[in-house]
Design a protein around this ligand. Structure first.
Ligand code: BES
Ligand code: ZN
Length: 458
């Protein structure tokens, strides 16, 4: 079984691989919006058909209470280790549409990059593993490892139906390691292995005041405005030092040790370029922490959206009856989503003034994770990436969340190798999302190499 034949096959067939990826990207599989449910299903069917076509057997589409889950397995040699590839075929909503240079679901190549919603997150990245498997199967006739796929359609909306699925299908999903490409390289050309992800507690808060929108001249001055009440409560969530004020919030936060802080410092991070890229003049972190520490190793609470009152063109004089906000909290070990959501609930319940009615919704959560960097699978990924990029990979913690990783640990006892090929500049979740075709190819080649390296670990 030669790696070089599989690699050569991938290079030769790259144009077709890109065309196939474009077909998948044309399907607007937006999981959060029920209006797209049919399209989400179409994407699941597309993936299942494709895995079947390239020679992966046991492909199944499982209905859930939400969007379908696709599983597949290629188990050909009980002696070999098994890799479970996870990915998600759902995407974020594409809006604001007018900021896209070309339409989000009409994949377009420009300057070596493929622009489309999902190009990087995560259709482009999950597809790399399918193409790596194809490259082995069409050259060696077999894979160096046993390979399973678990591809879901609800990652962008919190993977709410995935955990019960894992619990119910432990045998079907049993493996020696999970492999996920849904994160980013630390920098262009720098191979990176993720060993940590932040967790998530996501809540929605609504305050209702008067029973209807009021004329702000007739009532203003004597009626508490729900937007004022809500923004006051939100402002109270942070102190001057950028710390979250919720009682007990930091109790479970594991401190960064000196070794890890040193590792953060040794990464080639250019703070000036980082600020320039996102158009800010200064970073604002929790006092005492660097940008990298604050985004990867410390918790963060953010208002994701806030609404209420008049937001249309021009001026309308109104004292609104309702205000609402969506709040996410990124968690680090050993914080727990349900505990943090409970702290938020207590805070809003206690602080909401008697003039307002509070509605508090716990939308979803996910546990933070850390993976042992010395695991054989991590070392196999290290060798695969080093050989592909011709450079020593770095180990990084990621600030984003992939809820299934903690569930793999808890339910299946499975560690995950995060081998991502995105870049922070890919504009995931934003207009003009794209994926570099060079990285798409490097990802396929790295996956080909990983299978071989992991097989060699026994
Ligand atoms: N691919 C991202 C997660 C990610 C992005 C990790 C960049 C590391 C670097 C994933 O699709 C995502 O956006 N996840 C959500 C999960 C949430 C809805 C629970 C997130 O992080 O907001
Ligand atoms: Zn993703």
């Amino acid at each position: 079984m030669s790696v070089s034949s599989a690699l050569a096959y991938a290079v030769k067939h790259e144009p077709r691989f890109v065309d196939e990826l474009k077909s998948l990207l044309r399907i607007p599989s937006v999981s959060t919006d029920p209006a797209y449910a049919g399209e989400v299903r179409r994407a699941a069917v597309w993936i299942a058909d494709h895995l079947h076509e390239i020679g992966i057997d046991e492909v199944q589409i499982h209905a859930t209470e939400g969007h379908p889950i696709v599983t597949a397995a290629h188990m050909h040699d009980a002696q070999r280790p098994t890799v479970l590839v996870y990915g998600h075929y759902d995407v974020q909503p594409p809006d604001p549409l007018d900021l896209w240079e070309t339409p989000p679901f009409e994949p377009t190549e420009r300057g070596g990059r493929l622009f489309a919603r999902g190009a990087s997150d995560d259709k482009g990245q999950l597809f790399m593993h399918a193409k790596a498997a194809e490259s082995w199967l069409r050259t060696a006739g077999e894979l160096p490892v046993n390979l399973k796929f678990l591809i879901e359609g609800e990652e962008e909306s919190g993977s709410v139906h995935l955990r019960p699925f894992l619990e119910a299908h432990q045998e079907r999903l049993a493996a020696d390691v999970a492999l996920i490409s849904d994160t980013a390289l630390f920098a262009e050309g720098l191979p990176s292995i993720g060993y940590g992800l932040r967790g998530m507690a996501y809540v929605e808060v609504i305050l209702d005041g008067p029973n209807r929108d009021l004329h702000s001249g007739v009532y203003g001055g004597a009626v508490e405005n729900p937007i004022h009440a809500l923004t006051r409560l939100i402002a109270g969530l942070h102190d001057e030092q950028g710390r979250v004020t919720l009682s007990g919030f930091y109790d479970a936060v594991r401190d960064l040790d000196d070794e890890e802080r040193e590792a953060f410092r040794s990464l080639p991070f250019d703070e000036a370029a980082w600020k320039r890229d996102i158009g800010i003049s200064a970073a604002r972190t929790e006092e005492g922490y660097s940008v990298l520490e604050a985004t990867c190793g410390r918790p963060a609470l953010d208002v994701n959206g806030i609404g209420g009152g008049y937001q249309g063109e021009g001026a309308k004089t109104v004292l609104p009856s309702r205000a609402g906000a969506k709040i996410s909290v990124r968690l680090v070990p050993d914080q727990r989503p349900n505990e943090v959501a409970a702290m938020l609930r207590r805070y809003f319940t206690k602080e909401t003034p008697p003039t307002m009615k509070l509605t508090f919704r716990d939308l979803h959560g996910g546990m933070p994770v850390l993976v042992d960097r010395s695991l054989p699978a991590m070392q196999a990924a290290f060798r695969a990436l080093r050989d592909e990029f011709g450079r020593q990979p770095v180990f990084i913690r990621e600030g984003g969340s992939i809820p299934v990783v903690a569930d793999f640990q808890e339910v299946l006892g499975l560690d995950t190798v995060l081998m991502g090929f995105g870049l922070d500049s890919d504009a995931i979740h934003s207009p003009n999302e794209h994926f570099g075709l060079d990285r798409f190819c490097q990802g396929i080649a790295s996956s080909i190499r990983f299978m071989k390296e992991f097989a060699a670990t026994g």
